[in-house]
Design a binder for this molecule. Structure first.
Ligand code: EPZ
Length: 419
């Protein structure tokens, strides 16, 4: 079983370059199903989740060629099946993102209901509400959802909560619907903007991405397009926190400062110097005593839920106690027990966690329960005395490409072993 072995690291120093965004490339790949023309995507990160999406799309008839330098070519001239295999949806919830494009392209989609995962039940009721509003007939059968419609028709859709995936699915389906669709209370994440930029290059007419109201004028067909994926803002934030938790100074290249404004503000509240420029972001935590702050996760542009666990690991090392409120997922404190086994003192009650600061973390045998919880344990290991051994690292490698190499490149004491 593969593990990360992590020693207490010196203050990290140097430069790290951020890869393309996992949560942008997955919907963009799904969007390529909307055309039979060739699409070319650049800056595709090397991730397990991208491999799973490739496998899923190939399974329904797409031809995907991964070329050197992170360039991916997708052709879906023929869709062989509108049925997504159960084992792939279980592996990756984002598989549900092919539902809208498949339905719009072929008139049918059969998707196994994604199960819950470590961070919550993760229903898809809002996805289905939107597709039904566009005229799809939705039935459940043997744990799968089947959606069918000869031709989708534009409609007004109000999302009860600003779901990222539901916004993406409905937008992709509406791109080929007859007439206009307006999505209200839409999610505003940058990954949605990136997907819509790709769709508009394909010939879609979509406005308002990045706001809470997205307007889609449906078209009869979409063509191929070339697109470069935005940098991964969650990877960016993870390395910003790596610099902070080790009291180092790290320059983060190929990062978009606008996408990490909430984290930047919070790190500054703790006394970390964060300097942003066109060159990227410099995080300098070498000077002064860092102090506690409180965070609450919210949909973008609020503090990202995907950074909550990493930031919590950092909060255990600053002076004073902090309050963390997780508003997006109902069970995103799976990292707390593991951090407490490393000497942290964190108490949780429902969505609230109280994090005691000034803790000298100690290395321990810990395991990753989910992608971002695993990243938090790696960061804690960099700061802990002794050796930290993280298992179940496949969770981490779903969403961080060359994670060990990038960390070692800025001085981290981390190796990957097969035990
Ligand atoms: C996306 O997941 C991201 N994944 C997640 O990142 C991220 O945590 C999440 O958005 C929130 O920002 C990808 O983009 C591939 P949601 P998604 O639909 O779309 C509830 C990572 O670590 N909800 O915005 O699944 C849901 O239960 C991953 O990279 C419904 O109730 O998130 C949750 O509580 C983890 N009904 C909340 O909304 C629905 O139909 C947010 O979910 C859909 C969602």
């Amino acid at each position: 079983m593969a593990k990360y072995i992590i020693g207490r690291s010196p203050a990290l120093a140097g430069e790290v370059a951020i890869s393309g965004s996992k949560n942008a490339v997955l919907p963009i790949m799904a969007a390529a199903l909307l055309t039979d023309a060739r699409c070319e995507i650049a800056d595709v990160p090397t991730l397990r989740d991208v491999d799973v999406m490739c496998g899923l799309m190939r399974g329904i008839g797409a031809r995907i060629d991964a070329r050197c330098g992170g360039v991916m070519e997708i052709r879906t001239a023929g869709i062989a099946s509108e049925e997504v295999p159960n084992e792939l949806v279980k592996k990756m919830r984002a598989s549900v993102l092919v539902m809208g494009p498949l339905l719009a392209r072929t008139g049918r989609a059969r998707i196994p209901l994604p199960g819950g995962c470590a961070i919550g039940t993760r229903p898809i009721d809002l996805h289905l509400k939107g597709l039904k509003a566009l005229g799809a007939r939705i039935v459940s059968e043997n744990g799968c959802v089947i959606a069918a419609a000869e031709r989708l028709r534009g409609a007004n859709v109000y999302l009860d909560s600003p779901s990222v995936g539901a916004t993406e699915n409905i937008t992709m389906a509406a791109a080929l619907a007859e007439g206009t669709t307006v999505i209200e209370n839409a999610a505003e994440e940058p990954e949605i903007v990136d997907m819509v930029n790709f769709l508009n290059k394909m010939g879609a007419h979509i406005r308002g991405a990045g706001t809470d109201t997205i307007r889609i004028e449906g078209v009869d067909r979409l063509g191929g397009a070339k697109h470069t994926v935005i940098p991964d803002r969650i990877e960016t934030g993870t390395f910003m926190i790596a610099a902070a938790i080790t009291r180092g100074r790290v320059q983060i290249r190929n990062a978009l400062p606008d996408h990490v404004k909430s984290l930047t503000a919070k790190l500054r509240e703790c006394g970390v110097d964060v300097c942003v420029s066109d060159d990227g972001i410099v995080v300098d935590a070498r000077h002064g005593v860092l102090t506690a702050t409180d965070i609450k996760t919210l949909p973008y542009p609020g503090f990202p839920t995907d950074i909550q666990s990493q930031f919590m690991a950092f909060l255990t090392t600053v002076r004073g106690s902090s309050v963390v409120i997780e508003n997006v997922f109902e069970n995103r404190y799976m990292h707390v027990n593991e951090l407490n086994r490393m000497g942290a003192n964190i108490k949780t009650e429902g969505r609230v966690a109280v994090v005691e600061g000034d803790r000298l973390l100690r290395g321990a045998e810990v395991f990753a329960t989910d992608l971002r919880a695993g990243a938090a344990l790696v960061l804690a290991g960099l700061s802990a005395s002794g050796t930290t051994r993280v298992s179940e690292i496949y969770h981490i490698e779903r969403g961080y490409s060359a994670f060990v190499e990038k960390l070692r490149g800025i001085g981290a004491d981390i190796v990957r072993t097969e035990e």
